[in-house]
Design a binder for this molecule. Structure first.
Ligand SMILES: Nc1ncnc2c1ncn2[C@@H]1O[C@H](COP(=O)(O)OP(=O)(O)OP(=O)(O)O)[C@@H](O)[C@H]1O
Ligand SMILES: [Mg+2]
Length: 392
């Protein structure tokens, strides 16, 4: 249809009145169809020219944004949007030509927002040139509340496993304390003179067990503490680089060589730097313990358009098949001084990132842990656009 109109426009002066009428008719019906499609979309769409003036909107955008005034077209977009936070954000991002993916806004009175909108800004590209911007609003209220419900249910479930773990863990020290108290009682009963040496050794054991109980509870609290994860768009390679620089010295000391195979252009993902660093450190710590004689840690980043992957491989002792099922269980450890919570914490961090953790291992050869992070949906679309000349 477009090609036909383009052709007709080129020889406009040769067209008769009838043909021009029919051309206008075609144009009008194509326009109507476009409007119908736009208005039936569940998302709000705003199209701006290169000076950030509004040239097209749809019904949903009007419903979401409460435009001010009757004349909104040809106006600067931030002048016609009622919500000050969104207006100021658009003003700043558009002027700085920032790429925006899924920036969230709460609409309605603060404290009890009625709707949550996600906003993305994409350039309108034609013939390799930017002609304006496309702003896309999505109502994610339902999705957000579903996610929150799921997270609550999941954290409740893992809390129950952890609580069962604690109950199991404290059984031994409590039993041991009780036995040693009985021993002290025995030493004191039926005797005129108390053997202080027996009392002292038993008290020492009791003291050790109390310390153990304390660390079980402290570790438990650490693992169940709600994570204040704040996801921001970041490049995983930078986070990985920081952690590897940080542990470099310790790895050298342990005769461990580090190989970095980081994919050059992995897309940014939503992550909380503090927590991803902690997850990575826990995995590196495990790799170090698996290679007491030294070895190699290979850290790889890669992506497939849907996910970004981070592999941490070691050339250590490996994990036997029967232990494989247990390693993520809270308190499971094969180490004398391990808490057994390292991988539980990594698992929890990955859940908070809507991601996954996987593991492959061969006994005596080594282990690879793989963290999988989702690439934000809008980011995937942008990637698909690269190099294309999209028409308005
Ligand atoms: N890279 C690895 N190679 C071999 N075994 C591993 C590796 N990573 C984890 N494991 C096994 O999984 C168990 C659980 O790991 P996790 O990190 O949860 O606890 P931990 O390392 O024992 O204790 P902590 O993390 O508190 O030091 C370990 O004790 C070990 O047996
Ligand atoms: Mg560990």
């Amino acid at each position: 249809m477009r090609k036909f109109i383009e052709k007709a426009l080129k020889k406009l002066n040769k067209l008769g009145k009838e043909q021009i009428y029919s051309l206008l008719y075609d144009l009008a019906s194509e326009n109507e169809r476009l409007e119908m499609v736009l208005d039936s979309m569940p998302n709000g769409v705003l199209v701006l020219d290169r000076n950030h003036r509004l040239i097209l909107t749809n019904k949903m955008a009007e419903r979401f944004l409460d435009f001010t005034g009757s004349e909104i077209y040809e106006q600067l977009v931030w002048d016609v949007i009622e919500d000050r936070e969104i207006a100021e954000f658009l003003n700043r991002s558009l002027r700085n030509q920032e790429k925006v993916v899924n920036k969230e806004f709460a609409l309605g009175p603060s404290g009890t927002p009625s709707r949550i909108l996600s906003c993305s800004i994409m350039p309108l590209v034609k013939g390799g040139e930017i002609h304006g911007s496309l702003i896309f609003f999505e109502d994610i209220t339902e999705r957000k509340s579903k996610e929150a419900r799921l997270r609550r249910a999941e954290s409740l479930a893992s809390l129950t496993t952890l609580a069962a773990g604690v109950a199991h863990e404290i059984k031994n020290p409590l039993g041991s304390i009780s036995i040693h108290i009985q021993l002290i009682q025995k030493a004191m009963n039926n005797r005129k003179k108390i053997d202080t040496e027996i009392v002292r050794t038993n008290l020492e054991v009791i003291n050790e067990e109390v310390n153990r109980l304390n660390s079980i509870v402290v570790d438990f609290l650490f693992a169940v503490r709600p994570m204040d994860v704040k996801l921001e768009e970041k490049n995983l390679n930078e986070v990985v680089g920081d952690v590897l620089d940080f542990v470099q010295f310790e790895l050298e000391e342990q005769k461990i060589e580090v190989k970095r195979t980081l994919e050059d252009e992995i897309p940014d993902i939503q992550l909380d730097e503090k927590y991803v660093k902690q997850a990575l450190l826990n995995l590196i710590k495990n790799a170090i313990s698996a290679m007491p004689e030294g070895g190699t840690i290979t850290v790889t980043t890669r992506s497939n358009g849907e996910n970004v992957f981070l592999d941490i491989s070691d050339t250590g002792i490996g994990i036997s098949e029967e232990l494989m099922d247990k390693i993520f269980e809270p308190y499971f450890t094969t180490k004398d001084f391990g808490s057994g919570l390292g991988l539980t914490v990594v698992y929890k961090i990955m859940k908070e990132h809507m991601g996954e953790i996987g593991v492959k291992s061969r006994e005596g050869e080594g282990t690879t842990f793989t963290l999988t992070f989702p690439i934000p949906q809008k980011e995937q679309k942008l990637l698909g656009w690269k190099g294309e000349n999209d028409e308005v």
